[in-house]
Design a protein around this ligand. Sequence first.
Ligand SMILES: [Zn+2]
Length: 467
Amino acid sequence: MALLTFLGAIQQVTGSCYLIESRDGARVLLECGMRQGRREEDEGNRGPFAFDPLSLDAVVISHAHLDHTGLLPRLAAAGYRGPIFATDACCELMELMLLDSAHIQEKDAEWENKWRARKGKPAIKPLYTIEDAEQTLKLRRPLAYGECQEVAKGVQVTFHDAGHILGSAIVELQIQDHHLTRRLVFSGDLGNTCSPLMHEPAALDRADLVLLESTYGDRDHRPNGETLDELAQILQQAHKDGGNVLIPSFAVGRTQDLIYYLGRFYQEGRLPQQAVFLDSPMAIRANAIYSRYHEQFDITDPTVPKGKGRKRIEDWLPILRCTPNPEDSMAINRIKSGAIIIAGSGMCTGGRIVHHFKHNLWRNECHLVFPGFQARGTLGRAIVDGANTVKVLQQHITVKAKVHTLGGFSAHAGQSQLIDWVKHFDHHPELYLVHGELEKTQALQQALRERLNWIATIPDQGEQVAI
Ligand SMILES: [Zn+2]
């Protein structure tokens, strides 16, 4: 019979990786994600793969986030030259994400090697290079949603819209096992049904085995309307205070949602600021990809202009100014009030947002808005936790700006939405909970038992099950 091995994102959120082996010997890797967060995770990313990369027939990817794709260049560096299947929009976003990731890897190694040289220590190699990422990108094979494709002998893949970010997919795998067809469904990252741009995750009803993500397995998100009202109030207050508003944001997904919401405020006369700066080259490039795939959006909001204006993200917000060049970015420093500045990185671990901190964080009249989760150990988390001073670009800065955390902008389904999605399956498939910290998966496991009387399993790292 066919086998499934749980290799990554087991009792944790990052590093998604699953191996499927058919009875006829076909080997398909589902996801090749990078582990993110603490320093030890970096060791995990550098370790050998738990399989022989050259033995794989195909790789299948659910969506472009690095915790699902980030080790693909290492796979290519290890000699893998087979196909990498993903949706068409995911293939484009992967180019943006993997080249950026490779650039960071090269820079990090270069920086570390400088101090290693001073201490007489041997140099390290980057996790992978831009060349490795470019090699990976040649292997992409785009598929449309709903298109069924044989990816290896006796293994067929169909992508369904997961509504998480552009091009994100629920992955349905059909595996031939003699006269039987076994069906494995991997939820990927399921979108929040409140997301303004994405469709609701597609409901599937047939599976023998389901892998369900459980990032927010322990809670429901705050209603979207409340979060938007809170954001609108913060913007009004910042206007009264006469300061700027800084928003650290992820380039893909969160930024496009924010521009959409600010566009809505603008139409409704609820946006007192004069300019919104998108100061992130990566987010600007992501906007272009989002705009190209505008037909995949699910915009039903009547306040968004119809026709041509719907297509380009920039057209949603007439006062949006994109600043890809460093000179334009630096010019923003001269503006002391009335601006909203959206910049990366999302957790303030680098990027242009830290430069804006230098000019705004010590000012009483400024406001800092975190639209997403800040992981432990990041500068963003230190500020959220109430640090009085922080070290930014070798300088100690007193935090005087007002700090706000918004809870309702998650791109992930909350607990009830996860349960609503999984209950569409007939005949109670075998259910495994992945992609969530242990307490969250346990909370979801309990809720599934109480609400659906379903038994779900939390697998162990490296565990193998028959499909
Ligand atoms: Zn994701």
